[in-house]
Design a protein around this ligand. Structure first.
Ligand code: PGA
Length: 248
């Protein structure tokens, strides 16, 4: 019932020229893909990637969006700027933004509401750090991130959540499929409690954190996992394509 969504998060990688090369290599490999395929790329790559994906199934995403319409926000990029290029998805609240750039649940909430108001589809990241996990705080952390991050949101139709345990990002450590499924199940139960059973049932929740060709199938087989947010493996066309084509 929920259409799987595999999204690449390129982070701060690929110049526009390199981006086009990667897309050109990727396009034929995902031409018959069943899941929705998205590439979230650096701002400076957006125009070039938009042109490069034309006529393919690949959808365009950005890695962040400002909470304000316009004005004195040096270094920020507005939703209108993204919309004009043809951006459809936007990552919000990635752990690297939270860790290095002071992103909080409150700023995530502001960016999220702006994205929704402007018709962008948000991929909102949540996840616990290793210390939080070791202290058995995973549920408490996720609850705060979800309740504060999604405060005042009523319509979840266009929202995707990415559960990314911070300790699994870029480390080669993956949550076991059972673990990821269980934790995503917890996130779904939180959504159910606050926003109702229908919302929880149709909401797509991805797993992210060292997802790669060798573990994609097992993760995607889990009942609660509706896709992946892929970092490192999204930078290689073959690897990203084999995750997209996890069913074979
Ligand atoms: P990774 O990154 O796949 O390289 O672990 C995932 C992410 O940060 O979105």
């Amino acid at each position: 019932m929920r259409k799987p969504i595999i999204a690449g998060n390129w982070k701060m990688n690929k110049t526009a020229k390199e981006a086009v090369e990667l897309i050109n290599e990727l396009k034929p490999l995902v031409a018959k893909s069943k899941p929705e395929v998205v590439v979230c790329v650096p701002y400076t790559d957006l125009w070039a990637v938009k042109e490069a994906i034309a006529g393919s199934k690949i959808k365009l995403g950005a890695e962040n969006v400002a909470w304000a319409d316009s004005g004195a926000f040096t270094g920020e990029i507005s939703a209108d700027m993204l919309k004009e290029i043809g951006v459809e998805y936007v990552i919000i609240g990635h752990s690297e933004r939270r860790q290095y750039f002071g992103e909080t649940d409150e700023s995530v909430n502001m960016r999220l509401k702006q994205a929704l108001a402007k018709g962008l589809k948000p991929i909102v990241c949540v996840g616990e750090t290793l210390t939080e996990r070791e202290k058995n705080k995973t549920k408490r952390v996720l609850k705060k991130q979800v309740l504060e991050g999604f405060k005042d949101v009523v319509d979840f139709t266009d929202i995707v959540i990415a559960y990314e345990p911070v300790w699994a990002i870029g480390t080669g450590k993956t949550a076991t499929a059972e673990d990821a499924n269980k934790t995503i199940g917890y996130i779904r139960s939180l959504v159910k409690k606050t926003w109702g059973a229908e919302v929880a049932k149709s909401l797509r929740i991805q797993y992210g954190g060292s997802m790669k060709p060798s573990n994609a199938k097992e993760l995607m087989a889990m009942r609660n996992i509706d896709g992946g947010l892929i970092g490192g493996a999204a930078l290689k066309a073959q690897d990203f394509a084999s995750i997209v084509n996890y069913k074979g």
